[in-house]
Design a protein around this ligand. Structure first.
Ligand code: SAH
Length: 218
């Protein structure tokens, strides 16, 4: 069994990471505190422990990645999470982003399409610190109609276009943050649902995510 320890050295590296993210333009102190509170090295293979606090993405298996901390902070800041909001996340991956949302006191519903990653997260002991996260194995393009509507939706994979069903599952007044574009580069969008049929769209910076793929993978 792996032993999870958060040493002074790792805490110090994490504070430096938070400072560097702040310097890159993240201003939401709640988001920065959340990142400071979560031992990111727990989410990575022990081989990456020494470099877990570099501001970069890392492989988590099955061709997927844990997002760069700056990207996690950027998306979390745009989402403007308030305590007790219902937040749907597409792309559980390592579950790091879901834990950041839980640190922001959201009630998190997170979907992963790859069975192996979903099973790995189920065995991850650290997640028991966040009983407000619920895990689902499924296709994020479908959302979670049973639990809709959501205050916020966060997509952590690159979508070729805005998924219609996710727009439907957003509350009026709710927001969705989603990277939309091609394989190489996507534009971060924030969609606000004005009424059942009207949406406002804001455009932010370019990012590069792994693709949002249709259907489940067993
Ligand atoms: N939020 C994750 C980032 C993972 S990368 C983290 O913090 O680690 C994106 C993830 O989205 C991958 O695990 C990928 O398998 C998943 N994914 C891609 N398309 C999906 C879909 N249609 N539904 C659910 N998950 C999807």
């Amino acid at each position: 069994m792996r032993r999870y320890e958060d040493s002074y050295k790792q805490k110090g590296l994490r504070r430096q990471l938070v400072d560097s993210i702040r310097q890159k333009g993240i201003t939401d102190e709640n988001v920065l505190t959340a990142i400071n509170n979560i031992p990111r090295h727990y989410f990575l293979d022990t081989a990456f422990e020494g470099i877990a606090y570099e501001d970069r993405a890392f492989p988590i298996g099955e061709g997927q990645t844990i997002s760069q901390p700056y990207t996690v902070a950027y998306q979390s800041q745009l989402l403007e999470v308030k305590p007790f909001e219902k937040v749907l996340e597409i792309g559980t991956g390592s579950c790091y982003q879901a834990c950041v949302l839980a640190e922001l006191k959201a009630n998190v519903f997170t979907i992963e399409r790859q069975k192996r990653l979903f099973d790995l997260v189920k065995q991850f002991p650290f997640k028991s610190r966040y009983p407000t996260i619920r895990f689902f194995y499924g296709d994020g393009y479908e959302g979670l109609p049973t639990y809709a509507p959501f205050d916020k939706i966060l997509v952590t994979a690159a979508a070729p276009q805005i998924p219609e069903k996710l727009l439907q599952q957003l509350k009026v007044g709710g927001k969705m943050v989603i990277p939309v574009g091609g394989q190489e580069v996507q534009r971060m969008l924030r969609i606000t649902k004005i009424s059942d049929t009207e949406f406002d769209q804001e455009m932010f910076d370019n990012f590069s995510f792994v693709p949002m793929l249709a259907g489940k993978k067993s």
